[in-house]
Write a protein of this length. Structure first.
Length: 278
C-alpha cells in the first residue's frame, strides 16, 4: 500500500471518529443524526451534475448498500443510547476487519500475504482490548449487542461497496449516488419529529451538518482507496478510527481508563505498520 493511500485512509478514520463523537455528544441523537445525513448529502448534490449516472452493472450493489447502510445507521444510533463512545465504537468497528477479510477471501477471492494477516490480527486485537476495558467500565448488554449488530452492517456494506465501486468506471459517481439515495431516510427521521427539530440552536444544527460533511469525505476517501488497494487492507486501516475515538472519549467525554487505551493504540499502530509494508 502506497503512502498516499495510507494517508487517505487514516484521514478518513479521523473524520469518521469526529462525526461519531458529534452524534454521541448530542442531546437529541436521532435529530442530530438526521442533520449529519443532510451534511453528508450536500457535497453529493453539488457534485452530481458533473458525474455520470451509474451503469446498470453497479445498480444491484448500490441499492443493496443503501439498505445495509440504513441498517447500520439504526444500529449505531440505538447503540449510542445505551453505551459510551468508548464502549460502542470499538466493538462496532473492531470485528469489521476480520469479517471483511473473511468475506474478501470467500466472496471476492482476495488472497492476502502473511504480513497483511499479521497486521489485521494486530489491529483487531488492539481494538478488542479497547472494547474489553469499556465492557468492564459499563456493563450494558443491550449496548454491546447493538454494537455487534453495527459491526456486521459495516462489514456488509464494506464488501458490497468494495465490489460495486470496482465495476464502475467512475468511483466518484458511485459515491455521489450512494449518498443521494441514502438521503431518503432523512424524511423518515424528521417527518415525525418536527417539533424537536425546531428547538435546536443554530450551533447545534451546524455542528450536525458539518459532522455530515466529514462523514461524506471520510467514506469517499475509503471508496477511492479501495480502487487502489485490497478491500480487507483498506477496511482494516479504516478501523484505526477507534484510536481517535478512544482519545476523544478520554479527553472530551472524560472516559477511561487511559493506560489500556494507550497500549491498544500502540498495538493498532503496529498493525498499521505491518499493512503499510505489504
Amino acid at each position: 500500500m502506497s503512502a498516499d493511500i495510507l494517508a487517505l485512509v487514516l484521514m478518513a478514520a479521523l473524520f469518521h471518529a469526529l462525526w461519531n463523537a458529534v452524534v454521541k455528544g448530542a442531546g437529541d441523537r436521532t435529530i442530530t443524526f438526521g442533520l449529519v445525513m443532510i451534511g453528508q448529502t450536500l457535497p453529493a448534490l453539488l457534485i452530481v451534475p458533473f458525474v455520470p449516472l451509474p451503469n446498470t452493472a453497479v445498480l444491484p450493489y448500490l441499492f443493496l448498500s443503501v439498505v445495509i447502510h440504513w441498517g447500520y445507521y439504526y444500529f449505531l444510533v440505538s447503540a449510542y443510547r445505551f453505551g459510551d463512545l468508548s464502549l460502542v465504537y470499538p466493538i462496532a468497528r473492531g470485528l469489521t476487519p476480520v469479517l471483511v477479510a473473511l468475506g474478501g477471501l470467500f466472496i471476492v477471492g482476495e488472497i492476502l500475504p502473511p504480513l497483511a494477516w499479521l497486521g489485521l490480527m494486530l489491529i483487531s486485537f488492539g481494538i478488542l482490548i479497547l472494547a474489553w476495558t469499556a465492557i468492564f467500565k459499563e456493563q450494558s448488554f443491550l449496548g454491546i449487542m447493538l454494537a455487534l449488530g453495527t459491526s456486521f452492517m459495516v462489514a456488509g456494506y464494506s464488501l458490497v461497496d468494495g465490489m460495486g465501486v470496482r465495476l464502475t468506471e467512475n468511483a466518484l459517481s458511485y459515491i455521489v449516488w450512494l449518498f443521494i439515495i441514502e438521503a431518503i431516510a432523512i424524511i423518515a427521521i424528521f417527518a415525525p419529529r418536527r417539533d424537536r427539530l425546531r428547538i435546536l440552536t443554530r450551533r447545534q444544527i451546524w455542528t450536525g451538518i458539518i459532522g455530515g460533511v466529514m462523514a461524506s469525505i471520510a467514506y469517499g476517501l475509503v471508496l477511492i482507496a479501495k480502487t487502489h488497494a485490497p478491500i480487507a487492507m483498506v477496511s482494516a486501516l479504516r478501523e484505526t478510527s477507534v484510536v481517535f475515538a478512544s482519545l476523544i472519549g478520554l479527553i472530551v467525554f472524560g472516559e477511561g481508563p487511559a493506560r489500556p487505551r494507550l497500549m491498544a493504540a500502540i498495538i493498532v499502530a503496529s498493525g498499521i505498520v505491518a499493512l503499510s509494508l505489504v
